[in-house]
Design a protein around this ligand. Structure first.
Ligand SMILES: Cc1cc2nc3c(=O)[nH]c(=O)nc-3n(C[C@H](O)[C@H](O)[C@H](O)COP(=O)(O)O)c2cc1C
Length: 203
């Protein structure tokens, strides 16, 4: 039994491809880990603001010196970090927007990557502090990136892998349903991506 956290970054509701892909991944995980619990966090429901001066000041104020206002500025960041710390498996829905991730997901990242909390600076440079977490990326894109002329323009997967690796998460399975907007591919795209996924990595 695992605690699964589903991060949803598409603003769309049930028609969202990345939402459907994420939920299908979770269904498969639940067959491997019966009784697993699922928490969904739809980022666009309560969108994070861009990082503000107040938040940055609070982040770099030592915990023992933080005022009530500093603590309030960090409240939402604390909430999502605690959600992350509590999860065993994180499924991140990431539709490709303009070759990268949606701004809702970028804002979430800016609030979970925190010095002294999810990574620390040290003599090696920086060390991630999140351990024993497993991530599944539910990536969807309108066009094809595994082959062809757009191959070098997929900034979704490398970016997410880099950021997650920075906070210590290296067990990452990418499930990319590509060609969602191409008439000859769209029907089969989700199914193909799921069939290529190996859950063995999750055990
Ligand atoms: C604002 C916007 C930007 C997009 N940019 C790209 C892109 O750069 N490359 C691409 O292949 N598809 C792009 N798409 C298509 C989406 O990646 C695709 O439809 C995806 O399945 C959307 O996921 P969702 O249904 O979960 O929102 C874009 C779609 C939108 C709405």
């Amino acid at each position: 039994m695992k605690k699964i956290l589903h991060i949803i970054s598409s603003p769309k509701t049930e028609s969202s491809h990345s939402l459907q892909l994420g939920r299908s991944i979770i269904e498969r995980l639940q067959t491997v880990y019966p009784g697993s619990t699922v928490t969904e966090n739809k980022l666009t429901d309560t969108a994070f603001p861009h990082l503000s001066q107040d938040q940055l000041t609070s982040i770099f104020t030592p915990e023992e010196n933080r005022t009530a206002a500093n603590k309030e500025a960090l409240r939402r960041s604390d909430e999502v970090i605690n959600q992350l710390l509590d999860a065993d498996i994180i499924v991140i829905g990431a539709p490709m927007y303009n070759f990268g991730i949606p701004s809702s997901l970028k804002a979430w990242i800016d609030h979970i990557v925190r010095s002294g909390v999810t990574f620390r600076y040290d003599e090696k440079g920086a060390t991630g502090m999140l351990q024993d977490k497993q991530v599944f990326l539910a990536v969807t894109s309108g066009m094809l990136y595994s082959e062809g002329p757009l191959q070098s323009l997929n900034f979704v997967t490398p970016h997410l892998k880099a950021v997650l690796g920075f906070v210590g998460i290296t067990d990452i399975t990418v499930v990319h349903a590509e060609g969602i907007n191409l008439p000859h591919i769209k029907e089969a795209a989700l199914e193909k991506a799921l069939n290529e996924m190996t859950i063995a990595a999750a055990v």
